[in-house]
Design a protein around this ligand. Structure first.
Ligand code: KIV
Ligand code: ZN
Length: 511
């Protein structure tokens, strides 16, 4: 292993991650996340699987058009129409990669593909050759490589490299490998595939046994030079190797591994939060690197040690991942200048109009809440960024609920100059509120997920509600923040309604 070699970080949050339950995102959300991934300095962003759906295609195309500085990859089976479709979306990228895959394990060949080893080998070679007509950056993945016959795998790898593959990915698709076993597999590939020096070895580990990061690191020690991973470790079933864990292990243990990435680690925390805020799914408190407790020292002995000398119990600093917790930043008397300066420091660039609206909300919040933290500002700004034209505006909301009361909501919504009022009962005040909104808008939605979190501590904390709602097949995310949780819930629902109205009113620009 040469000292200081570069490890390519391939992020598949928007493909493997997005395909897992609860993590689906719309195009606008995917572009926002991809933009942040580029800020994090990801080498390769796998933006989606373009043939999978119209939505996936659009998202990959939009990301290819607008996200700069990273290679944009699209997944395809070893099928010409998949590759054509992927290229149609990827061709706008500064640098594009076609990622084609087929299973190589006998178990997949026999029961799923119903094809012989020779047929699969032929298809893989043809696909790589075909993809090379479009770009000289082609990745081939031998799906379920870990459970494949090694001699056959060597042949597939050699043939696909001869056909033009520049990256060979070895997935542990079902999360079955044990670190020493996986490391030795990578070593054997290096020793037995004659042309292996012409390609980068990549690994893609799933976390079914909780070993995805360990397997990825052992693979690196044995010569892999690309790791496929996801933010917060999301992905099929138990997820993929967590990007933040792989990257921070490489950084923290550079003394042992002597390898580097180009990741701007100070953007890690923000990226993790952005994903949670888009999907409404937060990481568990004890999650390594980005969990709420990852840098909290609770035991007296530990606290005592850290106070005397940080390194007694801390192997990396919270600042290295961009964590500046609960900083009291602004108050009631802070002006526009201080407000916009703080937002800039947090990495937000808002238009004049959005900045003004955010400032008005900040002032309103400062009247209700004594202390304003960075997290409060982030909630306000996230709310503004996710705003679409407010077709329906909340004018008035009153709810009643209790152990012996039928939950009821009375709502007034403004649309243009017209104010409409209605009321409904429901299973609880939130349900009643949503039913009353449905009655006024005439656009009934089905709530898929609902999450609420206190943005900061304290009784006067802002509650942020993130929901996913289906409107006649269109799934949208709604977000709302307020010190009143029912109002935050109503705002989140209206945000979702306004998004779906906007989506269906704006004619799609033909490209
Ligand atoms: O897990 C897997 O094998 C995959 C491939 C498509 C790379 O996600
Ligand atoms: Zn996978």
């Amino acid at each position: 292993m040469k000292r200081g070699e570069h490890i390519t970080i391939f992020d598949t949050t928007l493909r493997d991650g997005e395909q897992s339950p609860g993590f689906s995102m719309n195009t606008e959300e995917k572009v926002r996340l991809a933009t942040q991934l580029a800020r994090l300095k990801i080498d390769v962003i796998e933006a989606g699987f373009p043939i999978a759906s119209e939505g996936d295609f659009e998202a990959v195309k939009e990301i290819a058009r607008s996200v700069k500085g990273s290679i944009i990859a699209g997944l395809c089976r070893v099928i010409k129409k998949d590759i054509d479709r992927a290229w149609k979306a990827l061709k706008y990228a500064e640098r594009a990669r076609i990622h084609t895959f087929v299973s190589t394990s006998d178990i997949h060949l026999k029961y799923q593909l119903k094809k012989s080893r020779e047929e699969v080998l032929h298809e893989a070679v043809e696909a790589v050759r075909y993809a090379r007509k479009y770009t000289d950056d082609v990745e081939f993945s031998a799906m379920d490589a870990v459970r494949s016959d090694l001699e056959y795998l060597f042949r597939v790898i050699e043939a696909t490299i001869d056909a033009g593959a520049t990256t060979i990915n070895i997935p542990d698709t079902v999360g079955y490998a044990i670190p020493t076993e996986f490391g030795s597999m990578i070593k054997k590939i290096r020793e037995n595939v004659p042309n292996i020096d012409k390609a980068v070895i990549s690994v893609h580990c799933h976390n079914d046994l909780g070993l995805a990061v360990a397997n990825s690191l052992t693979a690196i020690e044995n010569g892999a030079r690309q790791v496929e991973c996801t933010i917060n470790g999301i992905g099929e079933r138990a997820g993929n190797a967590s990007l933040e864990e792989v990257v921070m292990a490489l950084k923290t243990r550079v003394d042992y591994l002597h390898l580097k990435t180009r990741i701007k680690t100070k953007e890690i925390y923000k990226t993790s939060k952005l994903l949670s805020s888009i999907t409404g799914i937060v990481v568990q408190p004890n999650k390594a690197i980005v969990g709420e407790n990852a840098f909290a020292h609770e035991s007296g002995i530990h606290q005592d040690g850290v106070l005397k000398e940080r390194t007694t119990y801390e192997i990396m600093t919270p600042e290295s991942i961009g964590l500046t917790k609960n900083k009291l930043v602004l108050g009631k008397h802070s002006g526009r200048h201080a407000f916009s300066k703080r937002l800039e420091a947090l990495g937000f660039k808002l238009s004049k109009e959005k900045l003004e609206r955010a400032f008005v909300r900040f002032k309103r919040l400062a009247d209700m809440k004594k202390e304003i933290f960075d997290e409060d500002l982030e909630a306000i700004v996230e709310d503004e960024i996710s705003q679409v034209p407010e077709t329906f505006v909340l004018e008035y909301l009153q709810t009643t609920s209790g152990s012996h009361t039928i939950p009821t909501a009375t709502i007034k919504l403004k649309r243009g100059d017209t104010i409409t009022q209605d009321a409904a009962i429901g299973d609880g005040p939130v349900d009643a509120t949503y039913k009353a909104i449905d009655r006024i808008t005439g656009i009934p939605g089905t709530l898929i997920t609902y999450s609420i979190r206190a943005v900061t501590g304290g009784k006067d904390a802002i509650g942020e509600v993130v929901i996913r709602v289906a409107f006649n097949g269109d799934i949208v995310t709604g977000r709302g923040a307020s010190t009143d949780v029912i109002e935050a819930s109503a705002k989140a629902y209206l945000n979702a309604v306004n998004k779906v109205v906007y989506k269906n009113e704006v004619p799609k620009v033909k490209r």
